[in-house]
Design a protein around this ligand. Structure first.
Ligand code: NAP
Length: 281
């Protein structure tokens, strides 16, 4: 039986085991997907054990950056972002990938939206936002307008922009939130808005909040994607729906980043609609 794992902490409530087991079972693949809490077994020790034992693993917070340092080879996106969420162990050689950005792009494609040649506004500069920025630039967005919360976050994006420059023609502009007109102007020319901050997340101090001041910022033809999926409809998605925009929450990104890991490990396409039905319905 092939062994796969999720490493990180906490991992107990992850939906990944349900997603992977549904896919293995649907395709008749003899495999199991387990959880390793790196608070109990530190990342380095876990990796030493899994190197020969497992075919691959996912990595979640807080270990994505540390995992990148333990790999023998990295995908371009992982190298630029210094982050790994999917490891393929090929004869003990560890190849690191990041599928969060691919997950977002595939989730948009599932809704019939392509980022290639289009303008995008991206809210956030953290782990998920960086992965999205990198992959959207590698996949040929024409312009990406990134909105950063703090000067240190702006600097982080500028460092990524520098590393991306040999790999892409995408124009990347970094803004703050101080002047709402900058946000309005970026949204007016964007095909897609991706919300990749914690703002609006259930169970946090930011629950009920929204970074878009009012519906006049949201043109009707803008596709609005919020990578948060608790709650199902964030205040941003509610505002966007009322403004007449098409919207989607982060469930599909979660699904599609898992599907991308699954493809890296097995070479097969995850039956995503069946898995979505089983895990989210
Ligand atoms: P992270 O690395 O901690 O980044 C959080 C980001 O939110 C930072 O850019 C932070 O900016 C920004 N932020 C926080 N409060 C803000 C505010 N009041 N105004 C403006 N920006 C603010 O977290 P992450 O891993 O990227 O995750 C972000 C969210 O995405 C979480 O809710 C997570 O659950 C969700 N997520 C979803 C998926 C999926 O598959 N759907 C995958 C990964 C993450 P500063 O650092 O400058 O304050």
């Amino acid at each position: 039986m092939d062994q796969y794992y999720l490493l990180g902490s906490p991992v107990a409530h992850s939906l990944s085991p349900a997603m992977m087991h549904a896919a293995f079972s649907a395709l008749g693949i003899d495999a199991a997907y387990g959880l390793i809490d790196t608070n109990m077994l530190p990342l380095k020790e876990a990796v030493a054990r899994l190197r020969s034992e497992a075919k691959g693993w996912n990595v979640t917070m807080p270990d994505k950056n540390s995992m990148a340092l333990l790999c023998d080879e990295l995908s371009t996106a992982s190298m630029i972002g210094g982050s790994v969420n999917t490891v393929l162990s090929r004869d003990g050689r560890l190849i690191g990938h990041t599928t969060d950005g691919t997950g977002l792009i595939d989730a948009l494609a599932r809704s019939g939206v392509s980022i290639r040649g289009g303008v995008m506004t991206l809210l956030g500069t953290g782990g998920a936002a960086s992965a999205i920025l990198i992959q959207c630039a590698l996949d040929g967005a024409s312009e990406i307008h990134v909105f950063a919360n703090r000067p240190a976050s702006k600097a982080r994006v500028l460092a990524i922009k520098e590393k991306l420059s040999p790999h892409t023609e995408t124009a990347i502009a970094v803004h703050g939130y101080e002047d709402p007109e900058e946000l309005k102007a970026a949204l007016a020319k964007s095909r897609v808005l991706v919300q990749a901050t914690n703002v609006g997340m259930e169970g946090t101090a930011q629950e009920g909040s929204c970074l878009i001041p009012d519906p006049s910022f949201l043109p009707r033809d803008l596709f609005v994607y919020d990578i948060i999926y608790h709650p199902e409809e964030t205040p941003l998605l509610e505002m966007a729906r009322r403004a007449g925009c098409r919207t989607e929450n982060g469930r599909s990104m979660l699904l599609m980043q898992g599907a991308a890991s699954f493809r890296i490990w097995t070479g097969r396409d995850m039956p995503v609609e069946l898995v979505y039905e089983k895990v989210f319905s």
